[in-house]
Design a binder for this molecule. Structure first.
Ligand SMILES: [Zn+2]
Length: 474
């Protein structure tokens, strides 16, 4: 029985989050009315001239620096010629011979480095909206001209797990660096998968197919698993793999042949005569390097070493930048990293899972979360009540302390009341005293539990403990 290796390379497109488009001053935004963020340049009226957005180049350089790429000192924009209704110029301005970044890579957990071949900058195309048969297909050019980073890898992946880990790390880094939002559900990050199979251990690569525009991690995983099995079955049946572009149908869970795969010379690339060669100065690159903020791995280091959080917790907190930002914002109000981390990990993230959002302040404001921690710490509220208070101020901006007061959640248990309860408990569970000689701690704990129960969580357990021991010793 023959065994096979899977060989995968990726082309990842990420929209760069500049304010304006890459060759005109139209807004770079998602969700506007169709064809409202357009001008003669991005809908390609004859005679309109592109002007390069400097920020888009800087952000691409910044991304490259995060992945250890070499930055080219010259970058050239070229025309990639093809016709499609979402591309009104009939060519896309892209880069072939002289991209902005070369090389680099991302280290995977298994020690393997997934190498990057290049990162280049290009423009996004418009979007086709397929309506019913009467209306037909409509085109929205709002997306046309949005700057797009294309990150091309070497064929270094041998499983969908490696690909997913890479994509997660790539996405996280781009978001932390502030150069792309990578909102996959909005098409802000899309992935093309090149895949071939070869006999195990062989040096000869098989014929590859390409699956384009996979826009969720789940889709990427399913497409890779389907396509590798399909190719292995074909080869086992004695058939040849045809080099082609295939369309992944996520509903059917299958890929279909779309067209024979084109090579770069099919596109007749040539330097765009309307754009100058970009000279990238070493000095500028170093200045851009200085603007790279703390990335996820840097924050993990701070959280474990400086705040003493377990690595597992630090990883969960930094998984999404907005979670990590929220954690740090809470920390700026109240310097209790462990408490804040615990509340986020157990309570806030649980709500996030049920009701996804992009700012945890929507779930509970940083002021309210730190207030609850403060109330707990100063024994003004019992633990069960603190959880109930959390529920009450979830998706609400009312002041947590005020809500606690209004709902009678704050400890108003007087010392006299506590003493009475202790007395009552000691009398009622008198029989437990017989074990006191043998296991004093266990017995005291038992009494504290009863006091808390009877006081509905309002008693201060430390004071209760002191009183119980006092009374027993008497
Ligand atoms: Zn425009």
């Amino acid at each position: 029985m023959k065994e096979f290796d899977i060989v995968i390379g990726l082309e990842v497109h990420a929209e760069v989050n500049t304010n304006s488009k890459v060759f005109c001053s139209c807004k770079n935004s998602f969700g506007a009315e169709p064809n409202t963020n357009c001008c003669p340049v991005c809908i390609a009226l004859p005679g309109a001239l592109p002007v390069l957005n400097k920020k888009a180049v800087e952000y691409t350089i910044k991304a490259g620096l995060c992945f250890g790429c070499q930055i080219n000192d010259l970058a050239v924009f070229e025309r990639k010629n093809y016709f499609y209704p979402d591309l009104s110029k009939a060519y896309q301005i892209s880069q072939l011979v002289k991209p902005i970044c070369l090389g680099g890579g991302i280290k995977l957990e298994n020690g393997k480095v997934a190498r990057l071949n290049r990162i280049h900058l290009e423009e996004d195309a418009g979007k086709l909206i397929h309506k019913n048969q009467t209306i037909g297909t409509l085109v929205d050019y709002n997306r046309g001209g949005i700057p797009l980073m294309e990150i091309v890898t070497e064929p270094d992946f041998s499983s969908s797990a490696e690909v997913l880990e890479f994509l997660e790390k790539l996405r996280r880094t781009l978001i932390y660096a502030g150069v792309a939002n990578c909102k996959m559900e909005q098409g802000g990050m899309r992935c093309d998968v090149n895949l071939s199979v070869k006999e195990k251990g062989s040096n000869i690569l098989g014929t590859r197919t390409e699956m384009k525009n996979l826009n969720s991690f789940k889709m990427v995983k399913r497409a890779i698993e389907y396509e590798s099995n399909r190719q292995i079955e074909e080869i086992k049946a004695g058939n040849k793999i045809v080099q082609q572009t295939r369309k992944w149908d996520d509903n059917k869970g299958k890929s279909f042949a779309m067209r024979s795969k084109e090579n770069s010379n099919d596109y007749r690339y040539f330097p765009d005569p309307d754009l100058l060669t970009v000279e990238i100065e070493k000095n500028d690159v170093e200045n851009i390097r200085k603007t790279i903020p703390a990335l996820a791995q840097d924050r993990i280091k701070i959280y474990t070493e400086k705040f003493g959080l377990p690595e597992y917790d630090a990883k969960i907190l930094t998984n999404e930048k907005f979670v990590s930002d929220y954690f740090e914002n809470c920390l700026a109000i109240k310097n209790e990293p462990k408490q804040i981390s615990n509340w986020i990990m157990t309570d806030v993230l649980k709500v996030l899972k049920e009701k996804p959002c992009e700012d945890l302040n929507e779930i509970i404001t940083k002021e309210n979360l730190t207030t609850i921690i403060e109330l707990l710490e100063t024994k003004q509220i019992s633990r069960p009540n603190s959880k109930a208070l959390f529920e009450l101020v979830c998706f609400d901006t009312k002041n947590a302390k005020q809500v606690a007061k209004e709902n009678g959640m704050l400890n108003t248990f007087s010392d006299k009341e506590l003493e009475n309860v202790v007395q009552k408990v000691l009398k009622e569970f008198d029989s437990a005293m017989s074990d006191y000689e043998k296991t004093p701690e266990k017995v005291v704990k038992f009494f504290i539990g009863k006091v808390m129960q009877l006081s509905k969580g309002l008693a201060n357990p430390q004071i209760a403990e002191r009183l119980i021991i006092e009374k027993i010793n008497k």
